[in-house]
Write a protein that binds this ligand. Sequence first.
Ligand code: X8Z
Ligand code: ZN
Length: 598
Amino acid sequence: MKTKGLLLLTAVAMLLGCGQAPDQAPRESAADFVARMEVEGRELAREARAAYWVRNTYITDDTAILAAAAGERGLAFESAMVKQAKQYLGTEMDQQTARGIELMLRGSSAPAPDDPELQAELSAILTNMEGQYGAGKYCNAEGVCRELQELEAVLAESRDYDELLDIWQGWRQVSPPYRADYQRFVEIGNLGAQDFGYKNLAELWQGGYDMDSNSFTIESRRLWDEVKPLYDQLHCHVRAKLNETYGAKVALDAPIPAHLLGNMWSQTWDNIYGIMEPYPGVSQVDITAALQAREWDEVKMARTAEGFFTSLGMPPLPESFYKNSMLKKPRDRNVVCHASAWDFDDGNDPRVKQCVEINSEQFGTLHHELGHIYYYLLYKDLPSVFKGGAHDGFHEAIGDTIQLSMTPGYFQEKGLLGEVTQGYEATINKQMKLALEKIAFLPFGKMIDEWRWKVFSGDIAPEDYNAGWWQLREQYQGIAAPMVRGEEYFDAGAKYHVPGNTPYTRYFLSFIMQFQFHKALCEAAGQDGPLHECSIYNNKVAGKKLSNMMAMGQSKPWPDAMEAITGQRSMDGSAIIDYFAPLNAWLKEQNQDRSCGW
Ligand code: X8Z
Ligand code: ZN
């Protein structure tokens, strides 16, 4: 998940929620208060999670009522809890209790104000926005209606400029109906953030990283500056190749039209690898055809992903995982298809909700989700308040780190790749495919919350939501809307995490840290070849290192967890740059006579 789930499962309200709000007796010691929250929390969290699960896997007006009501109770609890937690700030207490109090005060992406009416309104808005996104469809001029995954498939496969444009703008019809709701969410959320002791929601979101919000914004900018030169090289090359395909519609001195990159949000570009393939036909890089030809289904894909984790010495999944997860899109009802992982019953009944399709991207997403699930399993015995990633980027990085070890040799062993081609050209092909996924993503991962931070702080006014969005899309990604997008649209809202209210900087951090983790784990495994050839599959030493870090949950500030796995105390973009060194050199050569930038 971490989607609604993150909101639901790592927000303090839901971790510690209970049937009744905590009383505000200031006489209670801080340690007793934290302990009481732990106990009282279980029942409401259980109930809320169940309501949200049913809502997410069965979208109807009725489940909206149930989920909104459960959310409302959680928000009421959270609000009262925060009020009491604040009273302990600056008082004497042991370290563990202090960490618990600190986490309570920064744990929510949708903080509730101290007002029952606003709590009810906030809960209803969040439930409805996510439901409208989940049930979204686009019906074209011929009356053919398609859901998001079908629309995404067209974006991935079609090379017809006008067809792509129709689908691209079509999906964006889903979000204007909740633009006013989003504006109201911002107003209420900002009031809640103030009750938590922050200036606004932006400061609260930036405050979840064991440093003050200002230092965090500087830190995330530093990381972006580290990786931007590589992105610029990739952008330059991709634009030139798209110009060869689409002609003057892709100008060589302007941002790239957003609908031509193979993805609904232009966030990953590996679906247009076919156009980009550096050495055509030299090597097979995609396993989609093999998955389909060998008739793999979603369960086989999930069991194989599980097998990677167990090969590292991690435990098998409980059988309930396969019974209770939703791995296939139901044919008869609307569900929130956006993949998520849920921690039911304190690590004893973990579940994935994913509309798995048989292709390599979804196989990757299954590993991503199992990364969350294994975090739940490994910190299951910690107190609830410490259940969470060292920071949210850690939670996102686990499954992706594993994927970096899925080398051609690994796929061959699983029967998904015939012969493995070695050599320089094969390496460049492989790196191009991965860069179209990982490097292309970085500015997208950064800009979504740049937009939200500005919206929350008022730097982007409600009447400028769309203009502000496209300004940042151009500035960071060097892409542009393929048609005029006025304020009657709400293009930010057409990306799940906006109506789903899931912070996004976590993915930006994850995409950098996963290479840092990969490097450290490869060193632990004693592999001294190039990083892009290393696999930790079957390596128990690397597995132990990773497991130990995960078992810490968020009990310690994240630099401690970072040190446990990498020996470093900060996030560092040098591993991702090292990893892509061969491609970076190749791109520079390709681009030498081109004029880059936009
Ligand atoms: O939302 C996700 C996961 C669930 S936490 C499927 N991801 C981001 C996205 O899809 O936009 C994974 C990478 C980026
Ligand atoms: Zn995730």
